[in-house]
Design a binder for this molecule. Structure first.
Ligand SMILES: [Fe+2]
Ligand SMILES: [Fe+2]
Length: 471
């Protein structure tokens, strides 16, 4: 049963959490708001702040809530705090406190762990906006430009979602963390963002599509695990964020699919490079790069943190309630492949210690579906080459496989061999420069860059030719 869900859309901070009844929290957030807007103007999309963009805005958290599309200038976007409605009698759904009432406040003993989870998630949101801030200047079409900005404003709102939790439930140190979220900068050596994938440059559209396909998809799985949380405000927050995240992955998935289609078309005409397209080998290298960095985001294969978070009821498994019947996970074990004495060995670990790997496995399955869609496009265009995911051990910087070198099939290889062959597997400087050389803006409604196919449909019933951004 859903309870208490008044939408206050026209408050200074739009919300459905009855913010006006909590004066202290409202004041704290109203103090943070101008700092957020300063950050947005400094680090948000460069050069388009005063333009009208045809954006969707949440007007309700229900399924109809996304029906609202209109021209908005980005700094005037309705950023705010939207949670899924509370469920009466919500319970902790897994772990040692399984079946007890859900936590409405932060349990003291888990305070630090929970704050860390929220800060780490929160840090990724502004980071991606920073990574993408120059992309508007090289958009392949107005349709794509609008999608970029839609993703950007929603990542901004995701930051709001996490900041609400920090302000609302963590007192002084939560407020400090919320300030720090506006201080760090993607790729800045002195004050980098927390996770490495969010310090990698995302300065061309192939990077952008691979990022939204693979890195935003990590977000989907992290948010899904947190949507199961026994800390109810976090679960409700993440559930609503997931509805926004779906569009980001759509942008990446269909974006790469359109690049594949265009490349296949050009392959039939002649030399893809000479014709100004992106060769499949380069697409494959970008997949290898972003997939491997995104796998790192799940954390170590064997992790006492994952066990602690699960035991505490803070972070569950993907679809914990729908997919599992044993919510304690105390007796099961998980067989992991680890590197030992210079070779690959199997090791049994307790399931709770393997939950990062379990979540990563769900993610890999989901990514494979994307690959299948792109390969279907290649097949439709009559091209016999296929794209693939590298082995999850390839090119890892976190966990069991970090510090070792593997080929694309996951075979352990000598570092010298990896170094000798990495230009076949990962984008080289020359590849990146080539891709960048294709990136010229196309701002005319209905027109599209040569290296990508148009979308199958426009946004919300509008044709591709629609003026999605008024320049
Ligand atoms: Fe996000
Ligand atoms: Fe996202």
């Amino acid at each position: 049963m859903a309870i208490g869900n008044t939408m206050n859309l026209y408050d200074r901070i739009p919300n459905n959490v009855n913010l006006s009844e909590d004066k202290k929290l409202q004041r704290a957030l109203e103090k943070w708001l101008p700092n957020y807007l300063d950050w947005w103007r400094e680090m948000g999309p460069d050069g388009f702040q005063e333009k009208d963009v045809w954006l969707r805005t949440a007007i309700d958290v229900g399924s109809e809530g996304w029906a609202h599309f209109d021209y908005v200038k980005m700094p005037e976007y309705r950023w705010g705090i939207f949670l899924e409605p509370a469920q009466a009698d919500a319970k902790v759904g897994f772990g040692d406190n399984y079946g007890r009432p859900a936590y409405q406040e932060v349990p003291g003993e888990f305070r630090n762990a929970l704050r860390r989870i929220i800060v780490t998630q929160g840090d990724t949101e502004p980071a991606s906006v920073e990574q993408q801030r120059q992309l508007g200047k090289t958009c392949p079409s107005l349709y794509d430009l609008r999608n970029l900005f839609q993703v950007n404003v929603e990542e901004g709102r995701h930051l709001w979602a996490m900041v609400y939790l920090l302000h609302g439930y963590f007192g002084r140190d939560g407020r400090d963390e919320a300030d720090d979220l506006l201080q760090r900068r993607s790729g800045n050596p002195d004050k980098p963002r927390i996770l490495e994938a969010f310090n990698q440059p995302c300065d061309d559209w192939l990077n952008f599509f691979a990022f939204t396909m693979f890195t935003d998809r990590d977000g989907k799985y992290q948010l899904s695990a947190l949507a199961e949380s026994g800390f109810e405000p976090l679960a409700r927050t993440c559930k609503f964020m997931l509805t926004e995240e779906a569009h980001h992955m759509f942008v990446g998935d269909t974006g790469l699919g359109r690049v594949c289609r265009r490349t296949a078309q050009l392959m039939k005409e002649g030399d893809v490079r000479e014709l100004g397209g992106i060769p499949l080998e380069i697409i494959q290298k970008y997949i290898n790069f972003w997939f491997s960095y995104s796998l790192d985001l799940f954390g170590g294969e064997i992790s006492s943190n994952s066990a602690d978070f699960f035991a505490a009821g803070l972070k569950g498994r993907y679809k914990e309630q729908d997919q599992y019947t044993d919510h304690l996970a105390t007796n099961e074990s998980f067989t992991m492949t680890v590197v030992e004495d210079g070779g690959l060995k199997s090791r049994e670990v307790g399931l709770r210690n393997a939950l990062n790997e379990v979540l990563r496995g769900e993610y890999v399955k989901d990514c494979e579906k994307g690959l299948a869609r792109w390969n279907k496009v290649l097949a439709e265009e009559g091209v016999s080459e296929r794209l693939f995911l590298p082995h999850p051990r390839f090119h890892r910087h976190v966990g069991e496989y970090a510090g070792h070198t593997f080929d694309l099939e996951g075979n352990l290889i000598a570092r010298e061999e990896f170094e000798r062959r990495q230009s076949e597997w990962l984008p080289t400087l020359e590849d990146r420069e080539y891709v960048r050389s294709l990136m010229h803006p196309v701002y005319e409604p209905g027109k599209i860059a040569n290296w990508i196919a148009p979308p199958a449909a426009g946004i919300k019933g509008k044709p591709f030719e629609f003026e999605y951004v008024r320049l």
